[in-house]
Design a protein around this ligand. Sequence first.
Ligand code: CUA
Length: 326
Amino acid sequence: MVLVGVLVGAAVAVVAYFIPWLPQNASEEATSIDRLYWFVTIICIGIFALVAAVTVYSVWKFRAPPDDNEDGSPIHGHTGLEIVWTAVPAVLVTAISIYSGVVLAGVENAPDGSRQVSVTSQQFAWSFTYPDTEVTSGELVLEVDEPVRLTLTSKDVIHSFWVPEFRMKQDAVPGTETHVVITPTKVGTYEVICTELCGLGHAVMRSQAVVLGSADYEKWMNEQTSGGGAAGGGGASDGEALFASNGCGSCHTLAAAGSTSEVGPDLDEVLKGQDAEFVRASIVEPNAEVAPGFQPGIMPETFDDQLSDEQLDALVKYLLDSSKGG
Ligand code: CUA
């Protein structure tokens, strides 16, 4: 029985170890979460080996002879066994709870001096604002090895922020703020995924988390602060900034904004030869007239409320200038 248990345990351990079942680890939080996964996995391997060993042994040892059609002898309870199989799982579950609690407290704790980033979600886009510099971006740009505390909220329904490589996941809820701490450890580009069913465009509600080295991060931030501020003469009324902060580029291609998404119509194409009235109507009443080949109901109808008249004018002007100027 011991031999069977050891063989099964070894086989399962090999499978668990050599098949890469976790995504790449790219944050400090991921390291402690993965350690917890392995702790639970090792317990599971032990229990599976024990159960497999007892099962195989019993099938072999207590099998009925070919001509034996009698019932087995009746048995009733076994106090010692029952105490053991209650006590052992109780100890294991308690240990897992305590360890989970320790890991959770660790990954939710933002070190003093952590960077802050505000994350705004809406159907079906993410936008990221860096309060220190008031830069807004459609991508989450982070500096490697710098802990950052994200403050999440939503303009419409519940969304959920998730980057598998960072392991951390948090809901973004309208009317309240939630938080998540990330300390990226590897330079690279990772996918930001919405993991809460939020409407027709849920599956395409994606963005990117870009982790840069210190020098690149500073360069990026400088580019953002010098570019955005000067062009419009005032962040909020600048059409280019509005295009970025409202997540338009998450769904639409627009060469001037460097966006290439194909979820919604290509703005470089559909705005050719159009006037301001058409562009404005397409933003505030997106479902009144839908470009051929696209479904109604994907683009949110909330921009009328979210944007002031001035902001709409600025956005329309930006779109017309960009698509004509091409
Ligand atoms: Cu937002 Cu799903």
